[in-house]
Design a protein around this ligand. Structure first.
Ligand code: ZN
Length: 366
């Protein structure tokens, strides 16, 4: 088989150039609706490298129906190699993916290579890219900046995709970009912090996943249950992954009204200190009418899960989040001491004191 390197980090077998446009390149879906991929981790990996890879892949598993599971008897599987490259889509049999290399250990870089293996091309290679970027051919030293006859899944072009090149990638001259967004050349492109909201939507669409997943990658923002303040739908199950680069995360609920049930077994919200449902629980199943305590995630990710059953709805919730460097009661224009007292008063109202203690303990001014 003749293998060619395409766009810098994709290995292609000749004759298979259409990207996302290749049904046979997709990984099969099992009867439970999950796409199971078995990544073999080779022994050369250090523990830190293993944990970075596991964390990056966990984010894909949390937000989509693509699951990375231990291999048993699967004949088609991926194994992790040195380097920073991937085949395009499933090629059959034992398939390597390069995830271990300096500069390729960022969460988004690992997800980038695994996304190639799932069947995704570079964002700037999309068939419609000329409406969104200008390729500066005169500054390109290597790589392949061509377009492909891609299936764009009916989803928008995404400057913030982990699959987008950076502005200066493969430049022949320092300071000379190879890709310039149009019409606004100052739009950031090529982040590797982690999957964008559209990256998640594209995986879920390509693999026909029945997932309601959202990524909140900014340093502050807000989100609501579906239809808020109108009642949320029955039988819904949604996730919000908050990711703030190298920061703790504060979350506050401004409104909260979910169907009440004993043990909150009907409709509930559940919050995790990390990027998966296996992460430590910050707030176990919670329902009824608020208010809820503010919550703090100790790492850079927090996962919010909302589930409703088949009957009775309510207005739902509205929440806001921000970086951990600010106090959650920043809006109170009181002295530093009284802000701390105010937090202590709130603390007495709830049983979940541990997270407030945590945030107080590390507060620089208090
Ligand atoms: Zn790539």
């Amino acid at each position: 088989i003749e293998i060619v390197v395409y766009e810098g980090d994709i290995l292609l077998r000749r004759g298979r150039r259409s990207a996302i446009n290749c049904e046979s390149c997709l990984w099969p879906k099992s009867q439970d609706g999950l796409v199971k991929i078995s990544p073999g981790l080779l022994l050369f990996l250090a523990m830190t490298e293993r944990s970075w890879i596991a964390d990056a892949l966990q984010e894909i598993s949390t937000l989509t129906c693509v699951q990375f599971v231990n291999r048993t008897t699967e004949t088609d599987y991926v194994y992790v190699e040195h380097g920073c490259w991937s085949y395009f889509g499933k090629i059959g049999g034992r398939q390597a993916v390069g995830l271990v290399k300096n500069g390729c250990m960022d969460k988004g870089a690992i997800q980038h290579e695994m996304n190639h293996a799932l069947g995704f091309i570079h964002e700037q290679a999309r068939s419609d890219r000329d409406r969104f970027v200008k390729i500066m051919w005169e500054h390109i030293v290597a790589g392949n900046f061509g377009k492909v006859n891609s299936k764009n899944l009916g989803l928008p072009y995404d400057y913030s995709s982990v699959m987008h090149y950076g502005a200066y990638d493969f430049s022949s001259t320092p300071g000379k970009p190879t890709i310039v967004p149009v019409p606004n050349p100052s739009v950031p492109i090529g982040q590797r912090e982690g999957l964008s909201n559209l990256d998640v939507a594209k995986i879920n669409k390509l693999y026909k996943c029945n997932c309601c997943s959202n990524v909140l990658p900014k340093s502050k923002g807000s989100f609501t249950s579906v239809n808020y303040p109108s009642p949320y739908p029955n039988n819904s199950n949604c996730l919000w992954l908050i990711r703030i680069h190298r920061s703790k995360i504060f979350l506050q609920f401004e409104a909260f009204d979910l169907q009440h049930s004993s043990d909150c077994s009907s409709d509930y919200i559940k919050i995790y200190n990390g990027n998966s449902k296996n992460s430590p629980v910050l707030l176990d199943k919670y329902c009824g009418k608020g208010p809820l305590p503010s919550l703090v995630a100790s790492g850079s990710t927090m996962l919010v899960e909302f589930t409703s059953d088949e009957s009775i709805t309510a207005t739902g919730f509205r929440a806001s989040y921000h970086r951990g460097t600010n106090t959650p009661l920043q809006s109170l224009e009181n002295s530093i001491n009284s802000i701390c007292m105010e937090e202590l008063k709130i603390l007495n109202m709830y049983s979940r004191v541990v997270f407030f203690c945590y945030s107080l303990h590390f507060h620089s001014n208090c």
